[in-house]
Design a protein around this ligand. Structure first.
Ligand code: ZN
Length: 290
């Protein structure tokens, strides 16, 4: 079985090899898994500098996706109980106005089993003969409820659940805790090492912390907690720093860490996001986090 991240990486590889089909029916048991897949796939396919099959999270394309206004991405969700024909007509019309340059354009539809019959009929031709560079990701948890005429036009991929999805979405308000004082202190140490590496502009800082990072196998919630602790640490450093250049740098690093924290909420690869953070921190002259 292939999970959301593995499927996203696979699509990216097919894209590089110019072997993408024009439409996929993406099936998972739970809607959060199939949506997670779509977010990862959209990210890596549109990212300007994807690394190891994941979006970088910091390029202008990634930031446009995050802010919900990437010109090459149309993301449709049911309007109330169904995906309605009017939504489809609007989407088709706006698609025909877009460039046919062959650059990748992604069309994501959530819960396609909620297409009304008229809406499904309206998109048959569009899905079968899309414009240049179009890629449809049709998401569903109930493929058998989809009209056979539509189902037969698309390739199917089954996304398996992974642990993180099964445990539910990230709750921002949950409190992070380690089970022993010793581990907690180890974490604080990790945060300090990481923050100091960033301040020193040392890319190698990642190697100091990556062993622990892997060993502890942070879950999604813990990566957010790490970000919070780092931001707190950098603020503390800024408030005790002696000269204005140091204060400025700590403040910039804290802001960039805050941006990483935001990206983490949209399921970017945490390890990659922090590595990129350190790389940006080492490019002192080019500004941080942009
Ligand atoms: Zn990117």
């Amino acid at each position: 079985m292939t999970n959301a991240s593995e499927w996203a990486r696979q699509l990216h590889k097919w894209h590089q090899d110019d072997r993408l089909a024009h439409a996929y029916l993406c099936v998972a048991e739970h809607s959060q898994s199939v949506k997670k897949f779509a977010r990862l796939a959209v990210g890596v396919l549109l990212c300007e500098h994807p690394q190891n099959g994941a979006a970088c999270g910091v390029c202008s394309s990634c930031l446009q996706i995050e802010s919900g206004n990437h010109p090459n991405l149309e993301w449709l969700a049911p309007d109330g109980a169904s995906l309605k024909i009017q939504q489809m007509r609007t989407a088709i019309k706006s698609d025909t106005l877009k460039s046919m340059s062959g650059n990748l354009h992604l069309l994501v539809m959530e819960e396609v089993h909620k297409l009304t019959v008229e809406a499904a009929n309206a998109i048959l031709k569009w899905v079968e003969e899309p414009g240049a560079g179009r890629l449809f990701l049709l998401l569903t948890t109930s493929p058998s409820s989809l009209m056979a005429t539509l189902r037969s036009r698309v390739q199917q991929m089954r996304i398996s659940e992974d642990q993180e999805d099964a445990s539910g979405n990230i709750q921002e308000t949950e409190v992070f805790s380690f089970d022993t004082q010793e581990k907690w202190e180890e974490l604080q140490e990790l945060v300090r090492e990481f923050g100091d590496s960033a301040f020193a502009g040392a890319r190698t800082g990642w190697h100091l912390v990556s062993d622990k990072w892997v060993k502890w196998n942070f879950n999604a919630l813990q990566t957010l907690a790490f970000a919070d602790l780092l931001i707190h640490y950098l603020h503390e450093c800024a408030s005790t720093a002696k000269d204005s250049a140091a204060i400025h740098r700590y403040a910039e690093l804290a802001l960039a860490a805050f941006q990483v924290r935001r990206q983490l909420q949209s399921h970017v690869n945490a390890q990659l996001a922090w590595e990129t953070y350190l790389i940006n921190a080492s490019r002192r002259d080019e500004g941080l986090g942009r």
